[in-house]
Each structure stands twice: as C-alpha cells, then as structure tokens.
Design a protein around this ligand. Structure first.
Ligand code: CA
Length: 219
C-alpha cells in the first residue's frame, strides 16, 4: 500500500517516513503543497498524511481542493494547531482524522491502519481467505495453519490484492503499492512476485485477468 506523506519539517518527516516504511507501506514524501498536488494528480494512494502548515500551498487549501475535485482518499491531518476550533475546521474541510503534534509514532500508525481499514470496508486487521489467514498487522500469513514466509515485496503484492478482493489490480496499481519515488522498477517484478506467491500460497489464489492484471477473487 502506498501512502503520500506531506510534511515540510525534515525531522518529523523522516521519522514518519521511517515508521511507515517499517510498517510495510511504500511512501512518497512531498515537502510542500505543490509537490503534494502533483503527486496526487499522478498516483493513487491508500492514504494521505497531511501537515497543515506547509510552504507554497497550505495543507488546508490542498485538502479543500482535493475534496472539491471529488477525491475521497483518506486523509490524516497532522498539525501543531491543537485547539478544538482548529480541529473542527480540519475535519469540516474533509479530513478523516486528526493528530496534534507532538504525536507518538505508534499512535500515528494505529490511526493510519484504522483509516485504511475503514476505506476498504474492513473491521479487522486479519483476513481469512479459504485455507489462508492473513494478518496485516503482524505481516504474517498462514496456509493450513502453517506459517509461510514471504519477502517484503511479495507481502506488498499480496496485501494489495487481498485488500481489494474481486477488484482486478493493474500492474501499475501493484507497482505503485511496491515502490516509492526513488526506487527503480524492474520490468517483470510483478510477474515474478505473483508466481512466487502462487507457489507458496496456492496456485488458485491469484487469477490473471488478461489485458488488465491480477485479482484475488472473493472466496
Ligand atoms: Ca509544517
């Protein structure tokens, strides 16, 4: 899953980026409102973590423009402005949740998970699929109660597919869930990961949708 982090403070930004990557997300980090706007126009994100006080264009402006354009990506707002009036304003502008600085990274991660879960219509961090049990929080998967070990990239592909059951994911969707801006994409990476996942978790897990990409059907 890919997250857009919008934060101009280097220290806070690098802490959040590190924590999100550790938690298995691909992260793009925009340092100002314009960069964020560009990123949002060109990529699909599972979540946006948005600082309100930004150079070039404020987070509030950005959020309003996003919602006016009909983009309903979940947005977690970060801000030092912690008064109730500010919080209400942020939520009214279309934020899905709100975290005042300073915040604890574990709380940030929990709120990110909750927002992503809600947007995917899930109520829990574990997903059962036939003989598989996928725990998104522990990043572990068991097949017939036996733990299967996956690489971080296999895990990212599996997560993208299993949280969008019945909705085919294009190669681009899958690549975007895997990589941040700085990373290079190997041309056949997705095919390789899918084939490994089929080998490890069962040939019937992932269906190829010709001309589109891949899907995990609803069990
Ligand atoms: Ca700021």
């Amino acid at each position: 899953m890919r997250i857009l982090l919008v934060e101009d403070d280097e220290l806070i930004g690098s802490g959040v980026e590190f924590a999100l990557r550790q938690a298995g997300y691909a992260v793009d980090w925009a340092r100002d409102g314009r960069q964020a706007e560009l990123a949002l126009a060109t990529h699909r994100y599972a979540l946006v973590v948005l600082d309100l006080g930004l150079p070039v264009r404020s987070g509030g402006d950005l959020l309003k423009a996003l919602r006016d354009a009909g983009n309903d990506v979940p947005v977690l707002v970060l801000t030092a402005r912690g008064t109730i009036a500010d919080r209400v304003r942020g939520l009214d502008a279309g934020a899905d949740d709100y975290l005042g600085k300073p915040f604890d990274l574990t709380e940030l991660l929990a709120r990110c998970r909750a927002l992503v879960r809600r947007s995917q219509g899930r109520s829990a961090e574990s997903i059962a699929w036939r003989n598989l049990s996928v725990d998104l929080l522990a990043q572990s998967v068991t097949r017939d109660d036996t733990r299967v070990s996956l690489t971080s990239r296999e895990w990212a592909v599996l997560t993208q597919l299993i949280t969008h059951q019945g909705i085919p994911q294009s190669r681009t969707d899958l690549e975007e869930s895997l990589y941040g801006w700085q990373e290079e994409i190997e041309s056949n990476a997705i095919e390789v990961h899918v084939s490994k996942l089929r080998k490890k978790l069962g040939a019937d897990l992932i269906t190829t949708v010709r001309g589109i990409g891949y899907v995990i059907e609803k069990p």
